[in-house]
Write a protein that binds this ligand. Structure first.
Ligand code: CU
Length: 124
């Protein structure tokens, strides 16, 4: 069910992507953030999204391949398909989901991250 809800949110977000997704705010109040690690397997410049084959996101999503809107960068300028990456996943209740801070490199070599600052679990 989580996955279904998720797909729905993503679909809605895509449907009204008139402002370039790359130019939307990197963060919004009330969001939750998660560390994402995986591999780029495709991209869509019109939506500024990447298809990412990603590892499990503890507490949120199992490992899978899915599309993520990218903010703060143009997908055309990001590393080529096949590149292992890490990024920050932003999740909101009603404003969709997206990723920022994408970097080449796999999770094993990622420097330890400080837990993202976020308000005490309020949403949902
Ligand atoms: Cu997913």
């Amino acid at each position: 069910m989580k996955i279904l809800t998720f797909t729905l949110i993503l679909t809605l977000a895509c449907g009204k992507a008139r402002i370039s997704n790359a130019d939307k705010p990197l963060s919004v109040p009330g969001e939750k953030t998660y560390a994402l690690a995986g591999k780029i397997v495709g991209r869509d410049a019109s939506e500024n999204s990447l298809t990412i084959d990603h590892e499990a996101i503890p507490g949120f999503m199992e490992a899978m391949t899915m599309d993520y809107i990218v903010r703060g960068a143009k997908v055309d300028a990001l590393p080529p398909n096949g590149t292992a990456i890490t990024a920050t996943l932003h999740v909101t209740g009603d404003k969709g989901i997206w990723i920022t801070g994408l970097r080449a490199g796999d999770a094993a070599h990622r420097p330890p991250q400080a837990p993202a600052a976020q308000p005490p679990a309020a949403s949902r």
